[in-house]
Design a protein around this ligand. Structure first.
Ligand code: ZN
Length: 432
């Protein structure tokens, strides 16, 4: 894929107008944009004309007010631009193309990352080029007739922890042991000819949420990412908090105050001792609820090596179907709990209690308007785990203080989120 010129969207005022229109998917009027943006009528008029010329908004149709003359409706053209999202996960690589409203246009699953990051990066760039080509061949065009290659702005990558977001480097990822010191952003940009941004999977998932929800810019959101382990991310004013490095949200060693063993970190009953998926699955196998080792998902329990020291180079980690195996085992466990199996209930109860206690602490620290739970394994676990979490959280945080909700963005939220990372960087006035 050849390099191409980025849209000239540098001007902050243009991004402010675009955001005002984007946050009103049903359409908005020029006066409303003037009110919301704080810009002059003249400036808004000039900018909307430019955005229309670029095919990013339409001004057709009128919105009849309750009184007065009908107003011209400004609407975003969601498919005028695309961003690619890559979720780099030990269980597999997911690639998506998404439009400006974070709707998935195309999606592909690739084999898990290997110990050859350069080869993997080439594989990702080639897969992306082939998705774009297939879309073009299938006749996909923007409403003003541009092909997918022209519409594609850039690539966002979501990775597990151990990364340097600012430098775009995978530094020392416990989950991807072959990927030490990989200059991912530079190498993927080189291989694809597109600009690339990198962030943690938790931050990407939260960005997917804040990007697609037209929520108040004042709102503080605490996101809980439920994957092989559990991580958190916080945003306010549509901006994800990054901390000094990329270690914000590494909550695995948060003490839960429950009964538990001494953890490798020296404390007792850390969150990860209950919420590493490998622990659930091992417990499920020991109780005879799930098939014994080797029958499904591989030796280490379907790839849920939620701790840094678990089976780093494991063969099971190379299994692209691994995430699916883990998910279906979790579904089996939850179904057993639903069906009244005591050991299954004990496992999901412990998981929910630990996460609920961690949430009580995190809510105290961040005082969010809203807590959103999501991530690859959340949908499978939620039916049993959410009520337990809710009961714990409500001990000190009533619904009028904090809303508790499941993400509606599906299991591939990190890949979608990766695409929104790029949209956020390019198109959000808050990012400037
Ligand atoms: Zn610990």
């Amino acid at each position: 894929m050849r390099g191409k010129t980025m849209l000239d969207l540098g001007a902050r005022n243009e991004l402010i107008v675009l955001a005002a229109i984007r946050h009103a998917p049903e359409g908005t009027s020029q006066s409303e944009v003037v009110d919301r943006s704080g810009l002059s009528r003249q400036a808004v008029s000039l900018i909307t004309r430019r955005l229309r010329e670029r095919g990013m908004i339409t001004t057709d149709g009128t919105l009849a007010g309750s009184r007065g003359k009908p107003r011209t409706v400004l609407r975003l053209v969601p498919t005028s631009l695309l961003a690619a999202g890559v979720h780099l996960d030990p269980a597999g690589i997911t690639l998506v193309l998404a439009d400006l409203l974070a709707e998935v246009i195309a999606e592909r699953r690739l084999e898990a990352p290997t110990d050859d990051p350069a080869g993997d990066i080439t594989r990702i760039a080639e897969a992306l080029a082939s998705i774009v080509e297939e879309l073009a061949d299938a006749g996909w065009r923007t409403p003003d007739g541009r092909g997918p290659e022209e519409a594609l702005l850039g690539i966002g990558v979501a990775s597990p922890g151990g990364i340097d977001v600012r430098r775009g480097v995978v530094v020392n990822p416990p989950w991807l042991p072959g990927w030490r010191g990989v200059e991912l952003v530079e190498q993927l940009a080189e291989a694809s000819g597109l600009p690339v941004v990198l962030d943690k999977d938790t931050n990407a998932a939260l960005t997917a949420h804040t990007w697609s929800a037209a929520q108040s810019s004042e709102e503080t959101v605490l996101y809980i990412y439920v994957g092989a382990g559990v991580g958190s991310a916080v945003s306010s004013g549509h901006r994800v908090q990054h901390g000094s490095g990329a270690l914000a949200g590494e909550i695995g060693h948060l003490p839960t105050g429950l009964d538990g063993e001494v953890c490798g970190c020296g404390r007792r009953a850390c969150l990860s001792q209950f919420t590493d998926v490998s622990i659930l699955l091992t417990g499920g196998r020991r109780a005879g609820i799930l098939p014994a080792d080797g029958e499904a998902g591989g030796k280490d329990g379907g790839g849920a090596d939620g701790t840094a020291d678990a089976d780093p180079g494991g063969k099971a980690g190379r299994d692209a179907g691994r995430e699916q195996d883990t998910r279906s085992q979790l579904q089996d466990l939850v179904a057993a709990a639903d069906g009244g199996s005591e050991p299954a209930r004990a496992l999901t109860l412990a998981y929910g209690a630990a996460l609920g206690e961690a949430l009580r602490t995190l809510i105290g620290v961040h005082d969010p308007h809203r807590v959103v739970l999501g991530g690859p394994y959340w949908t499978a676990l939620a039916p049993q785990v959410m009520p337990v979490i809710e009961a714990r959280v409500r001990r000190d945080a009533p619904p009028e203080r904090v809303q508790l909700m499941s993400s509606t963005l599906g299991d591939e939220v990190a890949a979608l989120g990766a695409a929104t990372l790029f949209l956020q960087r390019e198109l959000s006035p808050a990012a400037r």
